[in-house]
Design a protein around this ligand. Structure first.
Ligand code: AMP
Length: 507
């Protein structure tokens, strides 16, 4: 029996009265409630005709009931397909036609608009779940018998399909198996030292690998307690810290916490671990957080297709600007464009092999084949380097590489240089079309206050003092905010589009 739900349940505390999660408004679910609640929903899904291998799609707000739905889908041996709440009707319609789910769960507010798309794409049943736990999913499952067996699954059977953010072309469905998720979750629980005494502040969305798998599984596999917030709010998180031990977040959580004067050594005294991932954590943020609280944020790295790949150590030095070491039983190499391993210290594409690596893209065997090497390594598309201490540095996405006048330019190197300049808060360096150079280096900068305001000329002069001429930004633009997606990643595709005409003859 390798059903992931069974693995989780085996680690639930023997005392079912122990709290699994609680919300700030006083809602509490014990481990026993996770079992009965997910059992009832599993029963409802089976009544709706859900069979092993069927997809169950959900575009719902975060709530304890949403977590029960995920567990229920696993119990039925079906495949969970969570959708980002930001997707609009036409986008959801595409996912429905691509994944052909048996059931769609949406918010009561979206029922009318998505109902239409669901009918057109042949979805068998439409259920609703609101943020307050309202809607037909809970109403119809309320009286049902929770004693539902766990459907036996093979390790390679699918547990979930997560659509990637799709900044180039259509978003692809990454197929994750029970074994992928189970192995990675056990590794993380042990690597980060989770025990039943931990209390995790869970303020991440649960449609993404970070909040749904990394955070939730670490807690459930150690029988610990989650403080479940529907969204991140610095005041609310700080209020909870005296009762918590671990926070998992994206870098924006940490920059927002730093803006709050209530973040102090005293307010974080109870915490044992702060974890960051899903986007690069600036060294400045790491250092400011350590200076203010005495805690060194533990940065880790992974992606939807592979779950977690590397982590800074729990015991031992956590180094700012690095993502640490490959996790146990995961092989990582830095390779050239043909997949040939490069010597330590050289920059190349990070490739990974291990039980964590996904089963491929849903109904896209050709696309899947192009992303794997013949020896089984998956090409992540992240550009990285391993330093002499063995720590891995993520330099950026391969597709963000700039080729200017035939030279390769890695944006991260220039961003690090610009971010140190007085009066700069953060920067994003991109390549835009240029009539002579093919692409030109452009910096988009968010100022960080200070008088007089930092100028484009000052930034170019500082870059020129440190970097080869071809890396110096040909233009510098100032913005109030850099565009970010919900997981805190800077959307360079939007910036490239906005500034694409900077060097056209009309510009
Ligand atoms: P997603 O599939 O949405 O989880 O995005 C995965 C991508 O996020 C990776 O391929 C990296 O480009 C980026 N990423 C995740 N964690 C980190 C990190 N700690 N530092 C730098 N980039 C990261």
């Amino acid at each position: 029996m390798t059903n992931l739900y069974d693995l989780l349940r085996q680690h639930f505390p023997a005392d079912g009265h122990r709290t699994a999660l609680e919300t700030p408004d006083g809602q509490r679910m014990r481990y026993a409630d996770l079992e009965t609640g997910s059992g009832r929903i599993a029963r409802l899904l089976m009544d709706c005709g859900v069979e092993p291998g069927d997809r169950v799609a959900a575009q719902i707000e975060k709530s304890p009931e949403a977590l029960l739905l995920y567990l229920a889908v696993l119990r039925c041996g079906a495949v969970y397909l969570p959708l980002n709440t930001a997707y609009k009707g036409a986008e959801v319609a595409y996912f429905l036609s691509d994944a052909e789910p048996r059931v769609l769960v949406c918010t009561p507010e979206n029922e009318a608009v998505l109902g239409d798309a669901a009918r057109k794409t042949g979805v068998g049943s439409l259920l609703t779940l609101g943020e307050a736990g309202n809607g037909s999913l809970v109403e119809r499952s309320r009286g049902l018998d929770p004693q539902v067996g766990i459907v036996a699954r093979d390790g390679d059977d699918l547990a979930a399909i997560l659509y990637t953010s799709g900044t180039t072309g259509r978003s692809k469905g990454a197929m994750l198996s029970h074994a992928n998720l189970g192995s990675n979750s056990l590794t993380l629980r042990d690597y980060w030292g989770f025990t039943g005494d931990d209390v995790l502040i869970h303020a991440l969305p649960i449609f993404h690998t970070h909040g749904l798998f990394v955070a939730t599984h670490c807690a459930l596999l150690s029988g610990s307690r989650m403080l479940f917030l529907n969204r991140f709010d610095a005041d609310a998180v700080l209020d909870l810290m005296p009762r918590a031990t671990v926070l998992m977040g994206v870098p924006t959580f940490y920059t927002r916490l730093l803006q709050n004067p209530a973040l102090t050594k005293e307010s974080t005294r109870q915490m044992r671990l702060f974890i960051s991932g899903s986007a690069p954590l600036l060294a400045d943020t790491f250092e400011a957080f350590e200076a203010r609280t005495g805690h060194a944020i533990l940065e880790r790295y992974g992606m939807t297709e592979t779950t977690m790949i590397t982590s800074n150590p729990l015991v031992g030095k956590r180094i700012a600007g690095t993502v640490g070491f490959a996790l146990p039983s995961i092989d990582v190499r830095i390779a050239d464009e043909e997949g040939r391993p490069l010597p330590q210290g050289e920059v190349g594409v990070l490739e990974v092999k291990g039980p964590n690596v996904f089963r491929g893209y849903w109904r896209q065997p050709e696309k899947t084949a192009t992303e794997f090497r013949s020896d089984g390594f998956f090409v992540t598309g992240d550009v990285a380097m391993i330093d002499e201490g063995g720590y891995i540095h993520i330099v950026g996405r391969a597709k963000d590489l700039i080729i200017s006048g035939g030279f390769n330019v890695y944006p991260k190197e220039i961003e690090l240089c610009i971010d140190q300049i007085e009066g700069v808060q953060e920067s994003a360096v991109i390549g835009v079309p240029h009539p002579d150079f093919g692409e030109a280096v452009v910096a988009v900068v968010k100022r960080g206050g200070g008088q007089p305001e930092v100028t484009a000329e000052a930034i170019q002069a500082a870059a020129k003092a440190e970097l080869a001429n071809f890396k110096v930004p040909k233009k510098v633009f100032f913005v109030d905010e850099l565009p970010r997606n919900t997981m805190g990643k800077i959307q360079k595709n939007l910036l490239r589009d906005r500034f694409k005409d900077s060097f056209s003859s009309a510009a």
